[in-house]
Structure formats: C-alpha cells, structure tokens
Design a protein around this ligand. Structure first.
Ligand code: ADP
Ligand code: MG
Length: 245
C-alpha cells in the first residue's frame, strides 16, 4: 500500500532518515521500532506527505505522494499523532467530526458514524460532549482513534499511541486496539519504542537506527535471529514477558 524507494530526509543539513527503501503492504500491521530520535515519526510524516523527501520517492497505492497528491492521501489515511493532538476548545465529538464537517458531509450519517465508532472503541456516549481536559488519558486516545477512523480510511498510522498511558490502561488499550485492527483488517503502521508492544501488535517489525533499517521480519526473527549486535543489545535491553516461542 505504501512504498519508499531510496528515500532520504535531512533537517538543516543533518541526515535524519535514509537512504531507505521499504514496503508496507495492505492489510498488514507493520510496527516501526527503534530508539528515540531514529526517525520513526519522520517516516510516518513522509508517508502522509506532511514532509517531502530530499531524494527518492514515497508512493501510496502506486502513486507518488507529492504536495499535489498529499491532500487526497490524507483523506484515505487515518493518523493518530504522538501526543494525541486533540483541539482543546472542541468537544470529543467536535474533534472526531471536524474533517467530515469540513468536507460538508451530512449531519445524520456523521452522527451515525460517531455512535458506531464510540461503540467500536468503547468510548462512553456521555463523554462525547466533554472537552479533552475532562477526559482521562485513555479516553483521549480513544477520541484520537475515533477521529482517525471517522472517514473509514484504507490505512491507519499511529505514532506511539499508548506511550503516555499508565501501565494498566496501556495494557487494556493494547488488547482493544489489536482486536480493532483485526476486525477492521486495515493496513496499519504503528510506531513504538517498546519491543513488547511491537511483538504484541506486529505481523512485521521494522527496526530502525539512525534513520536506517537495521532489520525487518516477524517479531520472532528479531528475538531469535538478530541481524547484528545492535539488534541483540536492543532486544536484551527490552526483554519483557512477550517472548514468542
Ligand atoms: P523518533 O520519532 O524516532 O523519535 P523523529 O523522526 O521525531 O524520531 O526525529 C528524527 C530526528 O530528526 C531527530 O534527531 C529530530 O531531532 C530530528 N527532527 C525531526 N523533526 C525535525 C524538524 N522539523 N526540524 C529539525 N529536526 C527535526
Ligand atoms: Mg517520534
């Protein structure tokens, strides 16, 4: 669904990504993992056309993502940003429906879709008319997810969606999110720096370091067939309860 070919990106002359080639096929959950600063968020922004590559090409459904096509791509790709990114002055409902209203969609289908999404993400109906500061961290993440799913996108990109949550809420949301991914059967690209979380979600894991792909494969491959000493160190440093057999 997405492909990157020889993509590189620098900021102020400093290379942050690439050169990197990667395929993100449809209906697969791919997890991008790696240490802080390795370029995970930048990679998602390139997929969405929020930033452009200095060299190489990013494609979505075979079409290059360019300033001219990025808007159309963003209507077909849901994006859950790292810090939640909800508008504080809008209610949960207002945040979820913002784009649909902007596109001039009719009120009844919008309301029906919000109810459907609240059910899917197990968001309490009476929370829909609250503002973000009146919701718990977990509820805010559910709103972010509803917003990303509002237009029934083909793909869903999530940037450390559970990073700011306490462990109990996080574990609960992890299971629910995985169920939702399975049920919807969408193309998912999820960013995390936590290998246990990657193992839990991933059909395919891509491990980045300093803007390059160090290893990609199944979670099992990463655990049991580390490609180089960095992967071994990364796995050792994060060893948790999710060791696949
Ligand atoms: P990650 O999400 O893996 O933590 P990022 O993609 O956010 O990493 O950042 C990769 C590198 O690029 C970091 O060194 C970061 O400081 C730098 N960077 C990211 N965005 C910008 C920007 N808009 N301007 C300058 N540097 C940036
Ligand atoms: Mg990031």
């Amino acid at each position: 669904m997405f492909a990157l070919r020889a993509v590189s990106k620098s900021y102020a002359g400093q290379s942050v990504l690439g050169p990197l080639s990667l395929d993100l096929p449809a209906a697969r959950t791919t997890v991008l993992i790696g240490p802080s600063g390795c370029g995970k968020s930048t990679l998602l922004r390139l997929l969405l056309g929020l930033v452009g590559p200095d060299a190489g090409v990013v494609t979505f459904d075979g079409q290059p993502v360019t300033p001219a096509t990025a808007q159309a791509v963003r209507l077909r790709v849901g994006y859950v940003v790292q810090d939640g990114g909800l508008f504080p002055h809008l209610t949960a409902r207002g945040n979820v429906t913002l784009m649909a209203r902007h596109l001039g969609r009719a009120r009844d289908p919008i309301n029906a879709r919000v109810n459907e999404l609240a059910e899917l993400t197990r968001f309490p109906a009476d929370g829909l008319d609250r503002h973000p500061h009146q919701l718990s961290g977990g509820q805010r993440q559910r709103v972010g997810l509803m917003r990303a799913l509002m237009l029934d996108p083909d793909a869903l990109l999530l940037d450390e969606p559970l990073g700011a949550l306490d462990p109990l809420v996080r574990t609960e949301l992890q299971s629910e999110l995985r169920d939702i991914f399975r049920r919807l059967n969408k193309t998912v690209v999820l960013v995390t720096h936590d290998l246990g979380e990657a193992t839990f979600f991933a059909d395919w894991v891509v491990l980045l370091r300093d803007g390059r792909v160090i290893q990609e494969g199944s979670p099992r491959d990463l655990w049991h067939r580390p490609a180089d000493p960095f992967v071994t160190r990364f796995v050792q440093a994060q060893r948790g309860p999710e060791v696949p057999t």
